[in-house]
Ligand binder design. Structure first.
Ligand SMILES: C[S@@+](CC[C@H](N)C(=O)[O-])C[C@H]1O[C@@H](n2cnc3c(N)ncnc32)[C@H](O)[C@@H]1O
Length: 286
């Protein structure tokens, strides 16, 4: 006898149950998974819990649940994730884009719109390319160099740039931080690994996302410090640097910024929740 296929409502409930230990939003994530597999919008799934799943979707659903049950993050299972209103292809070689990083993109775009003559930007440690591609899509006049130490990550960046029609605006460079970039640069954006190694080992993301994308060394600020040293000889007069930081790193990051850019305007910006989130350095004048 053929096993009966579950309804959408039952499948969402089952997937949400599997996701509870790994997610703060298990039901939403379960709907996202089913939306991805079925090609139906989430709103439609929520409005039709009684509709039945088709056999091939059910098979893919069971396979996905197995991966999720082993702790595989949902964005890797579905192979893409949304950032700044755009869908980014993902592999296990790149960090899953985080909503908090949208603040960096928003501020960078605000600055670009006020400085239309500033055309050269860099995204340091580009990973999926979520920063570089979002900038390129929203600022068509900008040329962006996207760097990463990982060739596998850079091929995901390339794919995402092509997917959103901005490959011609982005120069992809494999190398250490800003080393592959020549001066002068108008805008430096960086979301580098900043979790202290010791702390990282105790976090759920450890082993779930690439260590190269998360591990910021003993203090967590080592890569940012090195990048600032490289930026000091590349940032054009009147340029801007934005670097994402961990909430506990505000004071340390400000000090590093002042050491690398003596006399320039160094600020720590907070996110909507009031947490230190960005190091901002504006190289005024000259
Ligand atoms: C925190 S992830 C950020 C990825 C992406 N920019 C984002 O915001 O989602 C940091 C990225 O920096 C890269 N990375 C680590 N060390 C690097 C280095 N020394 N030079 C260049 N890139 C590096 C990692 O491979 C990873 O893709």
């Amino acid at each position: 006898m053929k096993a009966e296929l579950p309804s959408i409502g039952a499948a969402v409930a089952q997937a949400a149950g599997v996701l509870v230990p790994f997610s703060d939003t298990p039901r939403l994530d379960a709907q996202t998974l089913l939306a991805h597999l079925s090609g139906q919008p989430r709103a439609w799934l929520a409005a039709h819990p009684e509709a039945g799943l088709e056999a091939d979707i059910f098979r893919a659903f069971e396979q996905a649940l197995e991966w999720l049950g082993r702790g595989e993050p949902l964005p890797y299972v579905v192979g893409e994730w949304e950032f700044y209103g755009l869908a980014f292809h993902l592999t296990r070689e790149v960090l899953i884009p985080r909503p908090e990083t949208e603040l960096l993109v928003e501020l960078a775009l605000e600055w670009v719109s006020k400085h239309p003559d500033r055309g050269q930007a860099v995204d340091v440690g580009t990973g999926s390319g979520c920063i570089a591609v979002s900038l390129a899509v929203n600022a068509p006049g900008l040329k962006i160099t996207a760097t990463d130490l990982s060739p596998a990550a850079l091929s995901v960046t390339r794919e995402n740039a092509a997917r959103h029609g901005v490959a011609g605006q982005v120069d992809f460079r494999c190398g250490d931080l800003l080393e592959p970039v020549s001066a002068p640069v108008d805008l430096v954006c960086a979301n580098l690994p900043y979790i202290p190694s010791g702390k990282l080992r105790g976090l759920p993301v450890y082993h779930r996302e690439p260590a190269l994308a998360l591990d910021g060394g003993a203090q967590g600020t080592g890569l940012i410090e090195r990048m600032l040293g490289q930026a000091a000889v590349r940032l054009a007069p009147g340029g801007l640097l934005l670097a994402e930081i961990e909430e506990s790193q505000g004071e340390a990051a400000a000090r590093l910024g002042e050491d690398a850019f003596p006399g320039w305007k160094v600020r720590i910006l907070r996110d909507l929740a009031g947490r230190d989130r960005l190091l901002r350095i504006e190289r005024e004048g000259a």
